[in-house]
Design a protein around this ligand. Structure first.
Ligand code: UGA
Length: 439
């Protein structure tokens, strides 16, 4: 099938590459000509394991191309995916300006009947609104149908998630449109759930909100465990064996970040509020997460009292491993606080430093070398559970740091190993290994 994808961010680029890989002829359109030039050289504009190889293969097979011209990109399209950003407005609601602009571009440039598929995460009701926008601007005689096909990929494992996901959701109002979408997606060999458009839109928000709820729930349990001397890892393990609960998304830490959970939970609270429903549960999930992101500061302050002149190694800047994305990363909360308290900061990340420099205003040092970060540090703060950090020989802390004091926001190490390495160690929801215990 001839498919066009508007937007080459995480969702758009991965979707375009994946659809070409399963045999469709795909044109990806982005309004940024510099980005398109880079993509046309076979260079991905995002960091995503496995993406570059697939992109190059499908470009070589002439199933995948990129353009900045909507007229060129849309003229042969039978199906057009909209995969542009829906950033958060100041009031928490989703900003639909880019989706509306894409709708108008489609209307003005299509030359035959099309199905428009919305991949972007959009509030319930948006698909119908966008269909009206397209119909209002399109040439007479051209038929447009719309379908909702929300995305469930995770940054850092987007290729794996696309080819081995749990389900594909197709929301459509007529059987013919739903069947076309089913046929397009059949080669992914995943369960396909066909439903109405509003339910499909809601499935996306409800899924992200539920996952965020699981994380805030286990983080609250972690905080209670700390007061009671229990270990949250043991608790999560014991809970996860119950198949009704499941073991995933029960990892306690310094809170969720990224471009999706914070934005989508706020948008759902807003959406509910607009419909006279006070979503108190989700409001608490958000509040717990906001508090969680600064939890380590309290631990650091009760250990040191003041931070002037202290050298701190911050390990990890990205909101999670295997991505160079810092959006809503706890690092963006922790670093300004540590700097304000007078700490001298050196931050380590294997791939996110370029993006970090654009977003972190404070004057701090950066390194892609773990040993350089730890050298002469008075304490360490772990923000991202990069494999490089998780697999470090714990004696490295003792050897390189002034004092081996570690505040671990991701529970990277087992408590027995920490004891053996004589680290002073503070983590989330587990008993501290304090200086008194060491001596
Ligand atoms: C999330 C969803 O998992 C995807 O299904 C969805 O498609 C995507 O949002 C989206 O809406 O586009 P993503 O934000 O890429 O994906 O990352 P996750 O792996 O879900 O992690 C989100 C945050 O939760 C990270 O900061 C991670 O560290 C944190 N997390 C995750 C925990 O703190 N504990 C856990 O047990 C799991």
């Amino acid at each position: 099938m001839n498919i066009s994808v508007i937007g080459t961010g995480y969702v758009g680029l991965v979707t375009g590459v994946a659809l070409s890989e399963i045999g469709h002829t795909v044109t990806c359109i982005d309004m940024d000509p510099v980005k398109v030039e880079t993509l046309n050289k076979g260079i991905p504009t995002i960091y995503e394991p496995g993406l570059e190889e697939l992109m190059k293969q499908n470009m070589a097979s002439r199933r995948l191309s990129f353009t900045a011209e909507h007229s060129k990109g849309l003229s042969h399209a039978e199906v057009v995916y909209i995969a542009v950003g829906t950033p958060q407005r100041a009031d928490g609601s989703a900003n639909l300006d880019y989706v509306e602009a894409a709708a108008k571009d489609i209307a003005r440039n299509i030359t035959q009947n099309v199905i428009v598929v919305i991949k972007s995460t959009v509030p319930v009701g948006t698909n119908f609104h966008i269909l009206n926008v397209i119909r209002a601007h399109t040439h007479d005689g051209i038929q447009v149908h719309i379908a909702s096909n929300p995305e469930f990929l995770r940054e850092g494992s987007a290729i794996k998630d696309t080819f081995h996901g749990d389900r594909i959701i197709i929301g459509a109002e007529d059987t013919e449109t739903a069947n076309v979408l089913e046929e397009i997606n059949a080669p992914f060999k995943m369960p396909i759930i066909k439903t109405d458009i509003s339910s499909a839109e809601m499935i996306k928000y409800a899924s992200n909100a539920f996952l965020a709820t699981k994380i805030s729930f286990i983080n609250e349990i972690a905080n209670i465990c700390e007061s009671l001397g229990a270990n949250v890892e043991e608790v999560a393990k014991g809970m996860g064996f119950d198949h009704r609960i499941g073991p995933d998304f029960l990892k306690a830490g310094i809170g969720y970040g990224g471009s999706c959970f914070p934005k989508d939970t706020n948008a759902l609270v807003q959406l509910a509020g607009n419909n006279h429903h006070d979503f108190n549960l989700l409001k608490s999930v958000i509040e717990v997460n906001n508090n969680q992101q600064t939890l380590l500061i309290d631990k650091i302050m009760s250990r040191f009292g003041k931070l002037e002149g202290k050298r701190v190694a911050v390990l990890g800047l990205a909101f999670k491993p295997h991505t160079d994305d810092l959006r809503e990363s706890p690092a963006l909360v922790m670093i300004p606080k540590l700097a304000e308290l007078g700490a001298e900061i050196i931050a380590y990340d294997p791939i996110a430093i370029i993006n970090a420099k654009k977003q972190i205003k404070e004057k701090i040092a950066y390194t892609e070398d773990l040993s350089t970060a730890l050298q002469n540090a008075d304490f360490t703060v772990i923000i991202t559970d990069w494999p490089e950090v998780k697999n470090i020989d714990l004696l490295t802390f003792t050897k390189l740091m002034n004092d081996p004091v570690v505040f671990d926001g991701r529970n990277c190490f087992g408590l027995d190993a920490v004891k053996q390495a004589n680290l002073e160690y503070y983590s989330i929801g587990r008993p501290d290994q304090t200086s008194e215990l060491i001596s």
